[in-house]
Write a protein that binds this ligand. Structure first.
Ligand SMILES: Cc1ncc(COP(=O)(O)O)c(C=O)c1O
Length: 387
């Protein structure tokens, strides 16, 4: 019997160790891991440089309070700001913590400029921003909020429906929060022109733009941030997952204007920005943020998408659409994906579901081309068996 609460429906498999793109199960089987902890292990399992960083830092210093200076955090914040739109960084420990802190930053900004009623956050209906109380109510999903009381302050619009978006804006709207590529919601990419229009709308109505890059950020899309291609500059960006390469860390990036509201005492988190997490993230940043690495992600993505589209042509009764960008890819099936994912797993390829019958494919960003080919062969085999 398990003493773990039953809030997960876990598959009956556990792993002894991982190496790069592969996981090795307790009963000796080798799996191609295209889940990677749900877009977390951006450099695969046990990357030698990350192992070295953890080894070295763990001998020096793990944790000190934010009451003191933390040079590893200063270094990481500088890298993040120099690489992006941001002027300031506030560290967190997870994605939900980062999205909640992003909401606090937005509200606090308006409070600090004498507009305390501008508090409402406008989000996409059935989006995903984490599982804490406010974050589930940000999602606008009945399934996620059922039985958890009520947290107010959120409005919702229908994805892709610009009329519904404009209708929901009021004088009390503080921010619009969206994922540039919806992950859990079914790998839906927001087109660049939409992001541009959204920025214009936010400027016109004095609304802040929060772009949640927890899943699509940190080079997963082929750019360091998914929104970069649109040339839009957000005000606030929560991040997590990839930035720690498997070590828990999150952060909120923000511009100077909104950062002014975050005065001492307005936010804090015991573990946030600890030396161990920041050291690992510094090493991740050094690897994933350079042009050569990003170009490789783009090339691998082209190869994967091209071949998946060929499979879509070959199996039109099974595959409806190939979605996504970079190495955040979805195969949308014509019907429920549960059996498909199970069959992939039986053939030693691990994938994970997303909304709208999508099979999510999340290889590590340093995946090898031949590993992608191996995955494609398995997907082809499963399609041919199901047709
Ligand atoms: C876009 C987005 N925001 C927030 C979160 C929440 O992150 P965490 O599970 O680390 O709290 C996730 C997690 O999947 C996510 O995809």
């Amino acid at each position: 019997m398990s003493y773990l609460a039953k809030n997960y429906n876990r598959k009956k498999i556990s792993f002894k160790y991982g190496k790069g793109s592969f996981l090795f199960s307790s009963n000796g089987d080798k799996y191609l891991d295209f889940v990677q902890g749900i877009a977390v292990n951006c450099l695969g399992h046990a990357h030698p440089k990350l192992v070295k960083t953890i080894k070295e830092q763990s001998k020096k210093l793990w944790h000190v309070s934010n009451a003191f200076q933390i040079p590893e955090g200063e270094k990481l914040a500088k890298k993040l700001c120099q690489k992006t739109f941001a002027d300031y960084v506030m560290f967190q420990n997870s994605g939900a913590e980062a999205t909640e802190a992003a909401i606090k930053v937005a509200r606090r900004y308006f409070y600090s400029i004498g507009k305390p009623n501008k508090t409402r956050i406008l989000c996409v209906k059935n989006s995903f921003h984490g599982r804490t109380l406010a974050a589930i109510f940000a999602s606008g999903s009945k399934k996620m909020t059922q039985g958890f009381g009520y947290v107010g302050g959120f409005d919702h619009f229908v994805f892709g429906n610009h009329k519904s978006l404009k209708k929901k804006i009021t004088k009390n709207t503080a921010a619009i929060m969206i994922e540039p590529i919806m992950g859990e919601g079914g790998i839906k990419v927001i087109p660049d022109w939409c992001l541009k229009e959204l920025r214009k709308l936010c400027n016109k109505k004095e609304i802040l733009l929060i772009l949640d890059e927890v899943q699509c950020g940190i080079s997963r899309s082929g750019d360091f941030f998914a929104f970069e291609k649109s040339k839009v500059k957000p005000d606030i960006v929560p991040i997590a997952k990839g930035i720690g390469g498997g070590f828990p860390i999150g952060a909120v990036l923000m511009n100077k204007k909104v950062a002014a509201g975050m005065t001492p005492g307005t936010h804090g988190s015991t573990y946030a920005g600890n030396p161990l997490a920041c050291s690992v993230a510094n090493t991740v940043m050094d690897i994933v943020s350079n042009k050569k690495f990003l170009n490789n992600v783009k090339n691998l993505s082209k190869y994967l998408i091209l071949n998946l589209n060929q499979l879509k042509e070959k199996y039109p009764k099974i595959i409806k659409e190939i979605r996504g960008r970079g190495l955040l890819i979805g195969i949308q099936l014509k019907s429920d994906q549960t059996k498909f994912i199970k069959k992939l797993m039986d053939n030693r390829l691990l994938t994970i579901r997303a909304a709208e019958n999508v099979v999510r494919i999340l290889p590590p960003l340093n995946v090898k081309r031949n590993e992608i080919s191996q995955a494609l062969k398995i997907i082809n085999k499963v399609c041919s068996e199901l047709k």
